[in-house]
Design a protein around this ligand. Structure first.
Ligand SMILES: [Zn+2]
Length: 117
């Protein structure tokens, strides 16, 4: 698993990843519910859509918009198991450990905090 500071430094150099921004509705939703609640949604998405060894529709399981966490996942390369493997050095083909899931939530939280600040 790659250190989050290193991952964020790499993400900042990617035109594709660094272009993601929250839309008006997603930002309003984040502010209305608050980050702690939004992060419980993130934990739910990660455990259902990413944590299995072979997630359903892997590579297409994360919509591009509609929830602040979805946008954060594309921006932080935590959208699918291939991106987690390539960017975060979290290997595909095996269930995510609890510490890997915590790392993913931390990446999402850090990106969302940057968007609010
Ligand atoms: Zn992906």
């Amino acid at each position: 698993m790659r250190d989050l500071n290193m991952v964020f430094a790499s993400l900042a150099r990617s035109r594709f990843r660094s272009r993601f921004r929250l839309g008006t509705a997603e930002l309003a939703y984040l502010n209305a519910r608050g980050l702690p609640v939004i992060l419980t949604h993130a934990a739910d998405f990660v455990s259902k859509r990413l944590a299995p060894a072979e997630p359903t529709n892997d590579g297409k399981q994360t919509p591009m918009r509609g929830h602040p966490v979805f946008v954060a996942q594309h921006a932080t390369a935590t959208c699918c198991r291939s991106c987690l493997d390539k960017w975060h050095a979290i290997p595909k083909g095996q269930p995510l450990t609890q510490s890997e899931q915590s790392h993913i939530i931390a990446a999402i939280a850090r990106w969302l905090e940057e968007q609010c600040g």
